[in-house]
Design a protein around this ligand. Structure first.
Ligand SMILES: [Zn+2]
Length: 324
């Protein structure tokens, strides 16, 4: 590396690491989620047993896993201290989230509904620069830790970035541009991606630092997927092993199609885990599933090792790199 070339860095809860050391990475999981509004919406979302999650991370490590993106943002049940402790205990790199989730995941009297855009922007910047707040599930954040988040999570409903989400998306985009932090954005059933991307890029977030989640909830309309891909964002396929949506065979066929259209450098994968799936919580799938079940399936569908390695190593290493 030349003296003038800036080293590419990814921010984990244990500090910045060179992108080249990220290793085998799941780009969207939920490792911890405190009891609260999310669990009221869906009980399977609660993940608050430190030892169980550590056990799951050890399973992930045993199959060669190195890094995980945790998609639970500040104020929505994120357990910042557990993320840091679990990373220290297991050696797994954890990339944590600031930002916001769908509004259904907050109680009606939560600060997210009223705090203004400038305050929200500064809250995200503070977390990214100084460390994650710990008491942030309901009270407005006041205490903080040294552990920093590495991405900004955003989310919209079926209607995309409508009036109730505009202020939140603007704050996230401004914090991204200020700090050079990539954005990981939830789409509802894959919808509304183009509107989200427009908001971000209008503020100056580079398309290659935007990761659009859940695009593969439906895999039929390839035209829509190609339109999203052509904007230059990363495409996150995290509906693997989620059979209420579709089979893994349908997922594999879809991924092969996207590769055939030339987007193998843009694909990220993950399981978007819940309590119902993690083996350590009594679930059926486990954080070993991509490595032991889904990757062999992709090979059966004709994808080469080098291509698959892009989805789990090379692409996340670029996507989660800070751009400033
Ligand atoms: Zn998720």
């Amino acid at each position: 590396m030349g003296a003038t070339e800036k080293e590419k860095l990814i921010m984990t809860v244990q500090g910045a690491i060179p992108a080249s050391s990220l290793g085998f990475c799941h780009s969207h999981e939920h490792l911890f989620l405190a009891d609260g509004q999310s669990a009221k919406v869906h009980a399977a979302l609660r993940l608050d047993d430190f030892d169980h999650t550590v056990e799951e991370l050890e399973l992930f490590k045993s199959i060669g896993g190195r890094s995980i993106v945790d998609a639970q943002p500040v104020g929505a049940g994120r357990i910042a201290g557990y993320l840091a402790e679990a990373s220290i205990k297991t050696g797994i790199n954890i990339i944590a989230s600031t930002g916001f989730h769908k509004l259904i995941f907050y109680p009606q009297d939560h600060w997210i509904h009223t705090v203004d855009e400038d305050v929200l922007t500064q809250l995200y910047i503070n977390e990214l620069n100084l460390g994650m707040y710990t008491n942030a599930d309901f009270e407005f954040p006041s205490r903080k830790l040294a552990f920093k988040p590495g991405i900004i999570k955003t989310a919209s409903d079926m209607n995309g970035v409508d009036a109730q989400y505009k202020r939140l998306f603007s704050a996230a985009a401004r914090a991204s541009v200020d700090t050079g932090t990539p954005i990981l954005s939830h789409t509802e059933m894959g919808k509304g991606a183009l509107g989200q991307i427009k908001v971000f890029t209008d503020y100056g977030v580079p398309a290659e630092s935007i990761i659009i989640c859940h695009l593969d909830r439906t895999v039929e309309d390839i035209g829509y997927h190609l339109e999203v891909a052509q904007t230059g964002v990363y495409l996150e396929f995290d509906t693997i092993g989620r059979f209420k949506y579709h089979s893994d065979e349908a997922e594999a066929e879809f991924i092969v199609k996207m590769v055939e259209h030339g987007f193998e450098d843009k694909i990220l994968i993950g399981l978007d885990t819940t309590r119902e799936r993690m083996k350590s919580y009594g679930g059926s799938l486990g954080l070993d599933y991509i490595k032991t079940a889904f990757i062999p399936l992709l090979k059966e569908y004709g994808l080469k090792d080098e291509t698959i390695q892009k989805f789990v190593i090379d692409n996340p290493a670029r996507a989660f790199t800070k751009y400033k």
